[in-house]
Design a protein around this ligand. Sequence first.
Ligand code: ADP
Ligand code: ASP
Ligand code: MG
Length: 413
Amino acid sequence: MSLIVQKFGGTSVGDIARIEQVADKVARFRADGHDIVVVVSAMSGETNRLIALAQDIQERPDPREMDVLVSTGEQVTTALLSMALIKRGVKARSYNGSQVKILTDNAHTKARIREIDDANMRRDLAQGSVVVVAGFQGVDENGNITTLGRGGSDTTAVALAAALKADECQIYTDVDGVYTTDPRVVDGARRLEKITFEEMLEMASMGSKVLQIRAVEFAGKYNVPLRVLHSFEEGPGTLITMEDDGVMEMPTIAGIAFNRDEAKLTIAGVPDTPGVAYKILGPVGEANIEVDVIVQNVSHDNTADFTFTVSRSDLPRAEEVLRSVCEKLGAREVTSNNKIAKVSVVGVGMRSHAGVASQMFAALGEENINILMITTSEIKISVIIEERFLELAVRTLHSSFGLEKDPSKEGSA
Ligand code: ADP
Ligand code: ASP
Ligand code: MG
């Protein structure tokens, strides 16, 4: 008998029929003798619906009130699933974040979990109840409702698993595991048996929303055995694993991630003097805008062009900040483009294999896809390209790196 945390995402609890199906599944695990904590998301589309309501009132509503609003979606599902379990004769009790309690900092709409009180959950489990917890939400030290950022129910699940020292955290969703790339974009995408925490973290950071980044961080930090599975189809799913757990022969590239949420700004003709990068990016940071890829080109007239990317929703504000910087520094102009995207190849095998970058650039070149910016880390290479080439780029790279093939059956890619 083990303690399992199971998280069901939005589409898996999207209507009553599915909630009943989830209840059947949880009931089966319970009948097998496992202790179960279930974390649920809001019914699919609900969080978006609530955000749209708020934005009908104001473009940037008050963050505290936003959290009060969007946290309601998850509360609905906890009650419905608990009812469905009770109907089946399974003891169940629902909890919202503050009832658990999941203590977070006070960064509304992107709060971080600080501490989890496991007393209520342990008591219920000891009494044979399934504990059903609302994902995505917590409470700050002053009792304000907070939320953990989009996709945050994954993080709730992993954090509960860490706090309870669960035997496994199972993320049930609408795909049967983590794939070499988004299976909705590339037909030939292949489910991975295993992926390392490090690779999963890069994949998530680079745009694969199958797991929230912080969930992966938590799992790595607290050693939580984590598996992604299909809610309604049987199968082994994908295990997120420590790299050196045995004789795993890692392929060079694990997968390809992409992100459309990118916009690019250039400030041209900046005097090329020490400290200028700070003079440009300092004000951007002060405006709470996160900068992603940065490139600086120096031209022969001793001026520099400085280009960086931000998330699309931050573009108007970033442009405003940059125009005032442009005036102050006597630079030539500010230009922007929000029709760009980022494609990343990720794999721990890159550490020991040279030539990944050149293979990537050659494959894109053959398809006449122009690379606008490049950035790398030890286990990842990302390029910024025009958005209209995104799907072609992902498909091209997927086949260039032989990701359709199963390396354990066909030799390493
Ligand atoms: P949930 O509502 O269950 O949390 P999400 O929509 O957040 O589900 O995440 C699952 C989706 O992630 C899949 O439907 C798939 O389109 C997308 N996805 C993106 N990249 C990948 C990948 N590499 N492997 C699997 N799914 C991916
Ligand atoms: N309901 C929230 C969202 O849509 C949290 C989650 O589903 O993980 O982002
Ligand atoms: Mg999700």
